[in-house]
Design a protein around this ligand. Structure first.
Ligand SMILES: [Zn+2]
Length: 78
């Protein structure tokens, strides 16, 4: 499973709220400060709550954006 440390360089993390259809970009660096870099991403799901409708968001979207020192954007790798 991925931890926050795995994401900080190359990925953006979005919380998705089904009722409002909102996507909120999460600040991975701030999450690492608050929760620690070893935090598993899937464990954060139950702690997310939409600020607008107060619904717990279970849906996290992880988007690969490439390393900061590279140009490759939206290039998916396995
Ligand atoms: Zn909402």
């Amino acid at each position: 499973m991925q931890s926050l440390n795995d994401l900080v360089d190359s990925f953006h993390l979005y919380a998705v709220c089904e009722p409002c259809q909102r996507q909120t970009k999460l600040d991975v660096e701030k999450l690492i400060e608050q929760l620690g870099g070893d935090t598993q991403v899937h464990k954060m799901r139950s702690n997310l709550r939409c600020r607008l409708c107060n619904t717990r968001s279970e849906d996290l979207r992880i988007v690969y954006v490439g390393r900061k020192d590279q140009e490759a954007i939206f290039q998916y790798r396995r």
